[in-house]
Design a protein around this ligand. Structure first.
Ligand code: G6P
Length: 615
């Protein structure tokens, strides 16, 4: 989604802004722009499409620029108004002296727009953002102070915003403000930064101040002043960012997605580190801040999430119910927030989110808190808004994930659920001691098993080549791998734009089977050892009888299945309950290679955003 970066200092401003925007572009966008303060003037550059277009535009117009000393940049993911040059940010007031970039949605923009038009403002775009530019200019005309003008203006805004404002008459000052959208200030030596997310500034500084809702920041080369909604100075804590700039490099891989898939064994080791020592010691999960006596009596958990995190949540349900015998409901955040839920003070509500910024999940979490539920957040961003709302926080430590399609953050979420479920089972005494040891042993083995999958991907590549021309896919599984089927199908949809749907294998005969013929491949996930294997095998036979091409993803050594399936993708043997951490990997790779064969933009699929900050 949209991204903001601002800079005041001695470096090449264009370069800093382009670098910052490049590091945010993984979030998904359709146009880009920047405003530069250059020798008493504000100059604006905008282009459609990828950042390279903005870079080329700036290169072509280099001679127009003397010596920019500050600027604000933006990438836009269209919400109000189509992706067009006129709708791209920055936006200006009628006279063009004031510029603004904005992330979020202003819900009352129509009313404000009408009022401002009556006052004589000339609107050029269809965006909600342009309203902010006119509004702040109107307030500036009265207050003659940019900080006060911004503070007074944002009081009139309803909705979500992170904004940066500059004015021609106030050189080298950037005023930022936020509500329900992230914004941070990066502190340097004789230079300062402002951005919507940390990757935008990580190459220059690790010292950061996170703004809270209703705060305003005035950023100059040598100062940062943060005030609350009444203008009182707020003393902010400087935090040190946990990321390394290296995380934003592909390290020789063709795409971030491929790199991130290959990082999964180490990611799992990281999540287990310090929590699972050996098979005889209890799990150390001090992150769960609920009293043991309360946990012993806990009988209701609700997990809320979106997208890939929702699939991790579904796996989490199977894991927690299996290990700890606690009833678990799983719901998409966007559904949870618009109905009467049974959440109460005795419910443990778990929010799952790689970004920690997903608007629907944040709203759901806030609602759960209002009902006095204990909120536990599983996120890859301990510096996020969601993490700040948590009563208990399990940071999944997957490292920054750049590819829009989530991979390593998913496996990290899965492993967090295993640890949580074992922790609950140990407190409640619900698992047999030997079974518990087997599970812990297998958990420790998971990275090696995934390494085995990653060490030879030729069969997956061959399968991808063979099936890349099909337009529809069905993925089936039973039990805990239903989550894998849904996630595998989602990965394929996201990056190849092929229609793929995951089903509980038993549901195939209740409708989807009508679609089966030689044009609809069926991918079956078959993990022996439990009760689902034979059943999925029968369901695959049913698909075969309707001429569907069959792909098996299995840990079975039975060579007879090679006769039933057109392609058999084999993975190492793994306990069924732990298998989703392994079965998801070949499906991520299959989606990746199909998208690659089709020449799709793997890391930045069309229409998608990494962090969805609108409801
Ligand atoms: C977007 C991303 C998905 C992600 C979903 C939920 O749609 O493209 O990859 O699964 O948001 O995001 P979250 O950050 O809450 O996990």
């Amino acid at each position: 989604m949209c991204g903001i970066v601002g800079y005041v200092g001695n470096r090449d401003v264009v370069e800093v802004l382009l670098k910052g925007l490049t590091n945010l572009e993984y979030r998904g966008y359709d146009s880009a722009g920047m405003a530069l303060q250059d020798c008493g003037e504000v100059k604006i550059y905008k282009t459609l499409g990828k950042l390279i277009n903005l870079k080329n535009e700036l290169e072509a117009k280099k001679s127009e620029l003397n010596h920019p000393t500050s600027g604000i940049g933006h990438i836009r993911w269209a919400t109000h108004g189509s992706p067009s040059l006129i709708n791209a940010h920055p936006h200006t007031c009628s006279c063009g002296r004031l510029v603004v970039v904005h992330n979020g949605i202003i819900e009352n923009y129509k009313e404000l727009r009408e009022e401002l038009i009556k006052k004589g403002c000339t609107f050029r775009s269809q965006t909600d953002t342009e309203t902010i530019a006119h509004l702040v200019a109107d307030e500036y005309a009265k207050a003659k102070d940019l900080e006060i003008a911004v503070r007074n203006s944002v009081k009139k805004l309803q909705g979500a915003y992170a904004i940066c404002v500059m004015h021609k008459d106030v050189p080298d000052v950037i005023v930022g403000a936020r509500k329900h959208a992230p914004m941070l200030v990066g502190i340097g030596e004789n230079e300062n930064f402002i951005a919507s997310d940390t990757p935008a500034i990580i190459e220059y500084t690790k010292k950061t101040i996170y703004l809270d809702d209703n705060e305003t920041a005035v950023v100059t080369k040598n100062s940062v002043k943060v005030t609350d909604k009444d203008g009182n100075i707020v003393e902010k804590k400087i935090e040190i960012l946990p990321w390394e700039p290296m995380a934003l490099s592909k390290l020789g891989y063709k795409h971030f997605m491929l790199k991130e898939i290959h990082e999964q064994p180490d990611v799992i080791r990281n999540v287990l580190n310090g929590k699972l020592y050996d098979i005889d010691s209890p799990i150390n999960l001090s992150e769960v801040k609920l009293d043991k006596e309360i946990l012993k009596k806990l009988n209701k958990i609700q997990i809320i999430a979106c997208g890939t995190s929702l699939h991790a949540a579904l796996a989490g349900k199977y894991i927690i119910e299996d290990f700890a015998g606690i009833s678990v409901e799983v719901e998409a955040s966007s559904e949870y927030i618009y109905r009467k839920t049974t959440t109460d003070a005795s419910t443990l509500v778990i929010g799952v989110s790689q970004s920690g910024e997903t608007a629907d999940t944040i709203t759901a979490i806030k609602q759960a808190k209002e009902k006095n539920a204990h909120v536990l957040i599983i996120t890859n961003r301990p510096d996020s808004n969601m993490a700040r709302l948590a009563d208990s926080l399990i940071p999944v430590n997957a490292g920054i994930e750049v590819s829009v399609a989530a991979t390593k953050s998913y496996t990290a979420q899965l492993i967090s659920f295993y640890l949580l479920a074992i922790n609950l089972a140990e407190i409640k005494g619900t698992l047999d001691k030997n079974y518990l040891k087997d599970i812990k042993h297998e958990l420790i083995q998971l990275p090696t098993k995934i390494e085995e999958v990653l060490s030879n991907t030729s069969a997956i590549q061959e399968c991808a080549r063979k099936f890349s021309s099909y337009k529809n896919f069905i993925y089936i599984a039973r039990g805990i791998n239903l989550a894998t089927a849904l996630e595998g199908a989602l990965k394929l949809k996201e990056i190849s734009y092929i229609n793929a749907t995951g089903y509980a294998a038993g549901e195939l005969k209740h409708g989807p089977i009508a679609m089966l013929d030689e044009t609809m491949p069926v991918l079956s996930i078959l993990v022996p050892g439990g009760i689902t294997y034979e059943k999925v095998l029968s369901n695959s036979e049913e698909a075969k009888a309707r001429n569907a091409k069959l792909i098996a993803l299995t840990s079975s050594k039975d060579t007879n299945i090679d006769n039933l399936f057109d392609v058999v993708l084999r993975i190492p043997q793994v306990m069924e309950i732990l298998s989703p951490a392994v079965t998801c990997v070949p499906l991520q790779l299959l989606a990746y290679y199909i998208a690659e064969f089709l020449g799709k933009d793997v890391d930045q699929p069309r229409n998608l955003a990494k962090s969805v900050t609108v409801e």
